[in-house]
Design a protein around this ligand. Structure first.
Ligand code: PLP
Length: 402
């Protein structure tokens, strides 16, 4: 049995059944914990004005359109795509229910019988999309997204077209951003498309500028705007199911590509759409983002910095070099994961365990995610528990960085 399968069977911090939530607190049986495993970075899942927006949409549209998007779409989709395209500063965008649907259908459509260059550490759903593409005749080669020179060599040796380079944006485990500008230079110079999954960056990081309230930048309009790149030769994928707490995902791409994808991707033709309640929370979320998003992100940045600073003080390392709200804590001794997980759980802290093979053996540990809805008191308690964890580990993990 793999480490992951064993923990799933035995550890209370895996597949927990949550009986009740209260803000960012959750009750599992009769045990209350603070949720530091949530991707609801902006806290929109709990925002009264977003919750209040839903009934009116249901009254107007019913609970679920049920048409596939090829058959018909409520106008809401068109409005969302227009607003999203403007926010991202892209040429156009296409929405489908989830990023997983997008990877499984868009990667094969763009790769054809050509070659995909897949980052080793990309999210599992990208790997699955590449497996699907291989079944349709594409070749898959692996590279390391921290190594654009290796990618350039592989692209130069490649004899087939099309060429697609698939990477994560803001990484879901390390919280870091790959060298996108350099990857984009290499892909453009070698007639390849760069396909980026910024599931965790969208809503959190955005365009930089003098008026910004935090290092996350403004507007939460994702990685390409954050680093000041152009969309030329880049396909950006993201979703509303993390920062926006809703069920909808998008591909930002040129209009010609959007039309090609509409004609070729199975989820557009055959899958049911996002439910009306999700379209409502996306629209209400976009409105709230425009009004208060930057202040919420500044608060999120401050809370995250508090945790990262507190960890440094007690000698706990993190893989996080970016200040993003994803803080993986490698524990250095993979065998301690049960004990560390038990301690967190018993002290009322819920995090994501990161066992092998979810992460490489030397990075086994746990992942803390911060949301704007976590209170300062909850963060003070987390820091107390992290101090205890630092004392449980044989050496300060800061001496054994990546
Ligand atoms: C990087 C990344 N991509 C894709 C997904 C899947 O997104 P969705 O739930 O929209 O399919 C996740 C979810 O955790 C993710 O972290």
């Amino acid at each position: 049995m793999t480490e992951m399968a064993r923990l799933r069977k035995t550890h209370p911090m895996m597949e927990a059944i949550v009986d009740e939530v209260d803000g960012r607190r959750m009750r599992v049986g009769n045990h209350w914990l603070t949720d530091f495993a949530s991707c609801n970075y902006l806290g929109f899942d709990l925002e009264p004005e977003i919750i209040a927006a839903v009934p009116e949409y249901l009254a107007r549209w019913g609970t679920h359109p049920s048409w596939s998007r090829m058959i018909a779409s409520p106008r809401l989709f068109i409005e969302i795509e227009q607003e999203l395209t403007e926010l991202l500063g892209a040429e156009d965008s296409l929405t489908l229910p989830t990023i997983t649907h997008i990877h499984l259908s868009v990667i094969p459509a763009l790769a054809g019988q050509g070659t995909i260059f897949l980052d080793h550490n990309a999210h599992r759903s990208i790997h699955d999309g590449c497996i699907m593409a291989r079944a349709w005749g594409a070749t898959v080669q692996r590279f390391d997204d921290d190594n654009p020179a290796q990618l350039e060599e592989m692209l130069r040796a490649c004899r087939t077209y099309p060429r697609l380079v698939c990477v994560d944006g803001l990484n879901s485990m390390t919280g870091n951003i790959p060298p996108v500008a350099e990857l984009a230079r290499v892909t453009r110079a070698n007639d390849a498309l760069l396909y980026i999954d910024d599931a965790h960056g969208f809503g959190v990081i955005g365009e930089r500028g003098p008026g910004e309230l935090s290092l996350y930048g403004s507007r939460g309009n994702s990685l390409i705007r954050h680093i000041g790149e152009s969309y030329d030769g880049i396909v950006l994928v993201g979703g509303f199911s993390k920062a926006y707490s809703s069920l909808l995902a998008f591909v930002a791409c040129p209009t010609d590509m959007k039309n090609y994808l509409k004609a070729t991707t199975a989820p557009h033709t055959f899958s049911g759409p996002s439910p009306v309640a999700s379209l409502a929370t996306v629209q209400a979320g976009l409105k709230l983002n425009a009004r208060r998003g930057d202040a919420i992100r500044a608060d999120l940045h401050r809370k995250t910095a508090r945790i990262l600073d507190g960890m440094k003080q007690v000698g706990l390392a993190s893989l996080n070099r970016s200040g993003s709200p994803i803080i993986e804590v490698p524990i250095g001794t993979p065998d301690s994961i049960d004990a560390i997980g038990d301690h967190l759980f018993n002290r009322g802290i819920y995090t994501t365990l990161a066992p092998y093979p979810l992460v490489p053996r030397n990075k086994v540990g746990f992942r803390i995610q911060v949301t704007a809805a976590n209170t300062d008191e909850e963060i003070s308690h987390l820091l107390e528990v992290l101090t205890e964890i630092a004392e449980m580990l044989p050496h300060p993990t800061s001496t054994r960085r990546e």
